[in-house]
Design a protein around this ligand. Sequence first.
Ligand SMILES: Cc1cc2nc3c(=O)[nH]c(=O)nc-3n(C[C@H](O)[C@H](O)[C@H](O)COP(=O)(O)OP(=O)(O)OC[C@H]3O[C@@H](n4cnc5c(N)ncnc54)[C@H](O)[C@@H]3O)c2cc1C
Length: 382
Amino acid sequence: MSGSRQPRAVVIGAGVFGSWTAEHLRRAGWRVLLVDRLGAANAQASSGGESRLTRANYGPDEIYTRMALRSLAEWKRLSDASALPLFHSHGVLFFFNELVEYARACIDVHERLALPLEVLDHAALAARWPQIDFSGIEVGLYEAAFGGLMARRAVQELVRGFVNRGGEYRLAFAVPGSTGHEVLLNGEQVSCDAVVYACGPWLGKVFPDILGERIFVTRQEVAFIAPPEGDSRFEPEALPGWADFNGGDMYYGLPNLEGRGFKIAHDAHGPAFDPDSGDRRMSEEGMTTLRAFVARRFPSLAARPFTEFRVCQYENSSNGDFLIDRHPTLEGAYLLGGGSGHGFKHGPEIGRAMAELVVNGTVPDTRFALAAKEAIHNRTVV
Ligand SMILES: Cc1cc2nc3c(=O)[nH]c(=O)nc-3n(C[C@H](O)[C@H](O)[C@H](O)COP(=O)(O)OP(=O)(O)OC[C@H]3O[C@@H](n4cnc5c(N)ncnc54)[C@H](O)[C@@H]3O)c2cc1C
């Protein structure tokens, strides 16, 4: 960068991470080109789903509580400015068989940060949400201020606003250049001050030597179920987003947002998955597992039909911490990813952290460093 010349960045990947990075770089006064090979929040991207939970309960990982909180303010601003809602404030309920360490840590962090959190016992849970069978559940943690984000719509709206405010967006396939200040877009060389690679589950393919062994892409199945006709108990006014910790084998879901159905997923990491060629049809086994869970916890949905399925992927780092760092050898190139099944809600803060690294050299928390990413898949962040 020299004199008053406007610095230029290219951001590869218009998922939630890349789009927020592009927006923050634009806000910092940079000229920004955002690129995606298939489109913002496309069907194969991790950000391409219908909805995502946002919550501040993160057990002992206070850093994510703070990030979720700051990000929520950005999401709300974006939602308020959008013609259709991007955020539904139906609250989020976590429930546990007993007051496990994780739940205790959530309470501690909320107390320390003076954040609202309702702690409910079995009787209170059963009285408040009778559509859930809380058998075997002793503790619930309810965050009223959080809820659901309309994922695909939110990213596309963000990109639309970014372009309206002077950002540039292009559909192209990117290949890293021979230096960090060059990138090939559909074979054409583009020069700039910085290139951010926010390629989600493809990051390991773009940089196989560095990340091939450090980003573990897993197959994840999601289903939607039609609520009973004329029954409002599964609408966002009556049912929060929820996660049943289920003795460490978590299931989670969202209410019937915008009539798309009651969403449910098993949070266990699935088998290794190729985001280009992987089979995106729901498995029989997955359907059976979800049916059995629904019959137990949401008995009035037991016989209701599945309305939709999605197979997506988590791009897991070794422990679930994100990757926000410089490329180790290509000066001017940056690596952003490792969403690990919980990154969506943090998009605004992740984008801000990456933009600050690019613009000011401000290094984010060491948890997000490439050096902290191991070749062993051992999730600890939940
Ligand atoms: C089933 C499921 C449920 C989830 N639930 C939640 C939740 O409830 N709450 C939450 O916070 N998070 C959740 N997540 C996680 C969250 O969705 C991801 O962490 C987040 O979307 C990752 O975004 P990303 O921008 O890193 O990746 P992506 O959205 O995959 O974006 C990467 C983009 O890069 C583009 N790209 C890749 N390579 C190239 C190239 N060479 N040239 C040009 N473009 C390229 C791709 O086309 C893609 O659009 C969930 C994820 C899944 C799969």
